[in-house]
Ligand binder design. Structure first.
Ligand code: PLP
Length: 287
């Protein structure tokens, strides 16, 4: 079966899917995106992802490419047509195709939309979570509007590649004051020796992760102690546990930071429990 993508109103073979060379996403990274998890034949937390897509679009003054309900329909279609049971669906919206010029395009240029879906192995993800991942710190060098989920991800690409070249799977950005902001494509958490969960406030130079928000709801429901505040790299080295959250990883334990063991070097019980509970707390829509 060949993969299918949705491009500006048409379902096309993934191998043939293309946008114009003058697309603003290609020319200026003038666009936004969302990634939703597909789990066990369900789309996860789509309403929240579409809320955030709407916010990203409005912050950049890009119109919805079509009605929100139509975007929702296409998401389901692309997942269904690709027979994805576990994996992810990707939506990208850009300011459209127009002769290269920094100014916004003239009236009437329609935003572009692309939707793709990809299967991944739930068993491989579970095995990774049993093992945990290594993280490598990196100086925060992004623009201040990281709350907008733009496709301008060059700093994230460089931070994550640096992590890979140093034996890690994720990068943790560290701001000028020595505090962790977030991961290259995840939000960052620690559990202190006293058992307090700590993550940086959503308003403070991070992307407002949907997974982060769901995990906070679970934490509150379970009556766990948590603090939304910045934590330093030093505090993370001394933490009992660390983990990251994202639609692509759900809750993923971090067992090494800059080559040093976190806790006993194995996934912690808090992170593992949050991972177990995660899908009980999400909005699931059968594909
Ligand atoms: N932070 C960054 C920089 C991200 O790119 C992502 C996801 O792509 C996240 C955090 C996690 O967000 P979510 O849980 O909504 O996937």
């Amino acid at each position: 079966m060949s993969r299918i993508a949705y491009v500006n109103g048409q379902y096309v073979r993934h191998a043939d899917a293309a946008v114009h060379v003058e697309d603003r996403g290609y020319q200026f990274a003038d666009g936004v995106y969302e990634v939703c998890e597909v789990w066990n034949g369900n789309l996860v937390d789509v309403p929240r992802h579409l809320d955030r897509l709407g916010r990203s679009l409005s912050e950049l003054r890009i119109d919805w490419p079509m009605a929100r309900s139509a975007v929702n329909f296409v998401l389901h279609q692309v997942v269904r047509r690709n027979r994805v049971r576990d994996g992810l669906v990707y939506i990208q919206v850009t300011r459209g195709v127009s002769r290269r010029d920094h100014f916004f395009p003239p009236e009437g240029v329609a935003p572009s939309i692309v939707v793709t879906a990809r299967a991944s192995s739930a068993a491989a993800a579970a095995a990774q979570a049993e093992e945990g991942i290594a993280v490598v710190s990196y100086p925060e060098n992004r623009w201040p509007r990281v709350d907008i989920k733009t496709v301008a991800l060059l700093p994230n690409v460089l931070a994550k590649q640096n992590a890979r070249e140093n034996g890690g799977k994720e990068a943790w950005y560290v701001d000028a004051a020595g505090f962790v902001t977030e991961g290259g494509s995840t939000n960052a958490w620690i559990v202190t020796k006293e058992g307090v969960l700590v993550t940086r406030p959503a308003e403070d130079r991070i992307l407002r992760g949907i997974t982060r928000a769901v995990v906070l709801e679970i934490i509150k429901k379970e009556g766990l102690t948590f603090e939304e505040r910045p934590f330093s790299l030093e505090e993370a080295f001394n933490a009992k546990e660390a983990f990251v959250t994202a639609a692509t990883t759900v809750v993923m334990p971090v067992t090494r930071l800059d080559g040093k063991m976190i806790g006993n070097g194995h996934p912690g019980s808090v992170a593992s429990r949050l991972r177990e509970l995660f899908h009980t707390a999400t909005d699931l829509r059968v594909v």
